[in-house]
Design a protein around this ligand. Structure first.
Ligand SMILES: Nc1ncnc2c1ncn2[C@@H]1O[C@H](COP(=O)(O)OP(=O)(O)OP(=O)(O)O)[C@@H](O)[C@H]1O
Ligand SMILES: [Zn+2]
Ligand SMILES: [Zn+2]
Length: 799
């Protein structure tokens, strides 16, 4: 038997399965979708079986055997194997990348270099001491001990050899339990026990009452009032046994209260019925559920998932990472209890692995998770939901550059089940599809609690400056905060900073401290007193002198959340402020702590960045203040207006969701901009119409599709040269398509490489994907060796 294997070598110039011989011992077990170890060139690699056959065209001499079979059950279902092929074609990636992205990182391979003693060889004492009684030791041990030269000598003398071994990144967690024997076994032990060992006899009598049970050791000690040494003695005697059992890590520290369905409003009912119909009739309909903030979209998700479960089906609920707040997951756990698995980046590798295994074994029917949960290995899907479908985090910015929405729709067609895309502010592309009837539009125009949408005021900060107010708070915002403090109501203050804090600038010459590897300024982190690059991770101390003019008047700049917090305490010494940003949420569980403290009303003001814009549902919030609405407007991104409008609408939606009325104050330096003006009116359709006109004039999506090709090289002239090649090639192959560039990328140097880009704008171009595949093939076969880096993104979110 032969297996077709996709190997974990994503730089190889061809992307196809390789044939391997299946040794007899694996023949009856092996199935497509299992992981294997195979030799590739001179090293062992991880691979995925994608097919089995009884014949092969590879000459027998050249065929190598599979060396290890890692799974007894496939980790990739046949559906996901097909999806990987589709992803490979649609996003132009390696099939191995598509397969890996579907698995929890615990199941991916970790390659370790080890030094192994050649059997029979005698090492000199010094080197031998690193091995103890082992025959293999990681190479790092020798590196750290600075004895690599000796290792090299031993390799030359063939005493040791360098090997690569494959390890799995995560493991199944096991725990020690006590297995109590059968009645007879315990009787036997009682006959053999030393009659003076009173404690052992006592334990055996206890065990007789619990024959054949399994307990944690501590439970045995507590219940039988005995000690570990007595337990160990009895285990040695027989009667009881220590066993290792697999346990699932539980990422939820708290238990949640069971909740029940709300009686739906008539708008909610109509939407739910439409989705339910598609479910019953097994139709792969894509619904766009557009509902104003607080209109009860989540309640619709909960009730339609319940309907899917009642039909014996499973459901995937996707939420953007940032709104995967405990509040959100608790709403699902509250309704579906332990039928829910939760997947997000806050979990450890092991916890994610265990949540994934619950899905794989069919122990849960619902998964709530971020982007990659769209690959949950369910086999009887009934419903897929994307909440906040406009969020850019649904698009993966790294290969495979997939969009969770496209994957969801692919899977819905496979299972003939509905997809629901929910948002208060749908992506322009989605709304355009809904108006054309590609998606079915469902609308919720009122809040579920019947509370009106909050009143929004926009303050012109230029006017404030003219009046002599240099603070970051306008007079009306200060008044509004004071009023809430007196009334003991809560507030959200939002700083539109894309999560970043401040940078360090010289006050004399204006020099901003830049990353050594990238063409971007470093971000100042006050808690650690250092500078960090958000692109390559480079860190350095804050300079005490300007690198350009040697002035010592160099300090951090910009309004970070910390600065706002200080200002708040200066203005309102009695206010209790909770700050939520990258710095305060680095520790595991920090999110949860901050939000639950705010929920218990231990603070008056929640101050934060993008993190607090979504998903929060607290009844006592009556004021939302946006300190700087314009920041996202000035990003060099064709979606800047759309993102600003979405963000302002979302954050405004946190106010007055329950019985108290809400107020929103937006501070802006460009209040006349349509994105800000229309956010004030909270009118999505008007914004949509206006923004669509802009897109048509500028030739951007949804009128045109765009594809972005980036070319990078350490030498600037090489980068330029290859970028020219790419542009010429594309112009030649695609004569009817607009090719823009090459031009320097927005971040013109990243991780020490100069970057250029070509932009393709097209409507319908059947040749595009084949041509791009050819370009990639050329790159992999010839250019890669020359240090070129080329990436293709068929749906870039930033250009
Ligand atoms: N039918 C209903 N009757 C009463 N209360 C409801 C009903 N549906 C939802 N609610 C409540 O209304 C509030 C807002 O609902 P929900 O959070 O589901 O809205 P949403 O549309 O998801 O909001 P957003 O998009 O702003 O996050 C919640 O507190 C929810 O419990
Ligand atoms: Zn200077
Ligand atoms: Zn950098």
């Amino acid at each position: 038997m032969y297996a077709q294997v996709i190997v974990d070598v994503p730089t190889y110039h061809v992307d196809r399965p390789f044939d391997y011989r299946v040794p007899a011992k694996f023949a009856s077990i092996i199935e497509p979708g299992m992981r294997v170890h195979v030799p590739f060139g001179r090293r062992p690699v991880l691979g995925f079986v994608v097919g089995l056959s009884s014949t092969t065209e590879v000459p027998q001499k050249k065929l190598k055997p599979i060396t290890a079979l890692l799974d007894l059950e496939p980790v990739i279902t046949s559906e996901l194997l097909a999806l990987a092929k589709w992803l490979k074609h649609e996003t132009i990636c390696f099939e191995i990348d598509a397969l890996q992205v579907m698995l929890p990182s615990a199941l991916r391979a970790k390659y370790e270099k080890i030094i192994e003693i050649v059997p029979g060889a005698i090492l000199d004492e010094r080197l031998q001491s690193y091995f103890d009684d082992k025959t293999q030791v990681k190479i790092e041990v020798f590196e750290q001990a600075h004895v690599l030269a000796e290792v090299k000598k031993a390799i030359q003398q063939q005493q040791v050899r360098l090997k690569t071994v494959i390890k799995q990144r995560g493991t199944v967690k096991e725990q020690r339990y006590v297995q109590i024997g059968t009645h007879t076994e315990i009787e036997q032990a009682l006959q053999q026990v030393n009659k003076r060992a009173k404690k052992q006899i006592q334990l055996l009598h206890w065990a007789k009452q619990h024959a054949e049970q399994v307990y944690l050791p501590q439970k045995v000690l507590d219940d039988s009032a005995t000690s570990l040494s007595v337990l160990q003695a009895v285990v040695a005697l027989g009667g009881l046994q220590f066993v290792q059992k697999e346990v699932l890590r539980d990422p939820h520290q708290n238990s949640v209260e069971q909740t029940s369905n709300h009686t739906l409003t008539s708008e909610q009912q109509m939407a739910t019925d439409a989705i339910h119909d598609a479910l019953k009739q097994k139709k792969a309909t894509t619904f766009l559920l557009q509902g104003v903030t607080g209109s009860g979209k989540t309640e619709i998700y909960l009730q339609t998932i319940e309907q899917a479960l009642q039909q014996g089906k499973q459901a995937i609920m996707l939420v953007p990472e940032i709104s995967l707040t405990p509040q959100m997951t608790e709403r699902f756990r509250g309704r579906f209890g332990n039928q829910v698995a939760v997947m997000h980046s806050g979990l450890s590798v092991g916890e994610k692995f265990d949540e994934w295994r619950k899905i794989q074994r069919g122990e849960v029917q619902v998964v709530v998770g971020a982007r990659s949960a769209v690959f949950a290995p369910f086999t009887n899907l009934g419903l897929i939901i994307l909440d906040e479908e406009h969020e850019s985090t649904y698009k993966q910015e790294d290969t495979p550059r997939y969009h969770a929405r496209d994957v969801a729709i692919w899977r819905s067609e496979y299972y003939q089940c509905p997809v629901v895309l929910g948002s208060a502010t749908p992506a322009l592309e989605s709304y355009a599809r809904a108006t054309k009837g590609v998606y079915t539009l469902l609308q919720l125009t009122k809040r579920a609690t019947n509370q009106a949408l909050p009143v929004v005021d926009v303050v012109d900060m230029r006017e404030e400056l003219r009046q002599g107010n240099h603070s970051m708070f306008s007079t009306i915002l200060i008044e509004a905060i004071r009023e809430r403090l007196t009334k003991k109501e809560q507030m959200v203050l939002f700083l539109n900073r894309r999560g970043y804090s401040s940078f360090v600038m010289c006050r004399d010459c204006g020099t901003v401290v830049q990353c050594v590897n990238c063409d971007i300024s470093l971000t100042y982190h006050r808690s650690q007193e250092h500078l960090r690059c958000h692109y390559c991770g480079h860190e350095q101390a804050v300079p005490t002198q300007c690198p350009a003019c040697e002035s010592d008047r160099i300090r951090y700049f910009g309004t970070g959340t910390q600065k706002v917090e200080e200002e708040l305490y200066r203005l309102f010494p009695e206010a209790r402020v909770l700050r939520m940003d990258v710095d305060t949420t680095r520790k595991k569980g920090a999110h949860e702590k901050i939000l639950s403290a705010f929920g218990r009303q231990e603070a008056d003001i929640l101050l934060g960045t993008q993190m607090i814009a979504k998903g929060l549902d607290f009844p006592n919030i009556t004021l939302v203040g946006v300190l700087s609405a314009d920041t996202t407007l000035h990003l060099a991104d064709f979606r800047a207006s759309e993102k600003t409008f979405q963000l302002l609408t979302q954050v405004s939606g946190r106010a007055g969701r329950h019985d108290k009325e809400g107020q929103v104050i937006i501070q802006s330096y460009t209040p006349e901009h349509y994105a800000i003006d229309l956010a004030k009116q909270q009118h999505y359709e008007t914004f949509y119409t206006q923004e669509m006109q802009m897109r048509r004039l500028a030739g951007y999506p949804p009128y045109f599709y765009i594809a972005l090709i980036q070319i990078a090289h350490e030498e600037v002239w090489q980068a330029q040269d290859y970028a020219n090649h790419v542009a010429d090639y594309l112009r030649h192959q695609l004569p009817h398509v607009r090719i823009i560039g090459p031009a320097a990328a927005q971040i013109s140097r990243l991780q020490n490489r100069y970057r250029y880009q070509c932009l393709i704008k097209y409507k319908i171009e059947p040749n595009l994907i084949p041509v791009l595949h050819q370009l990639i093939a050329l790159y992999r076969a010839e250019w890669q060796k020359k240090g070129v880096h080329l990436t293709v993104d068929l749906d870039p979110s930033m250009i």
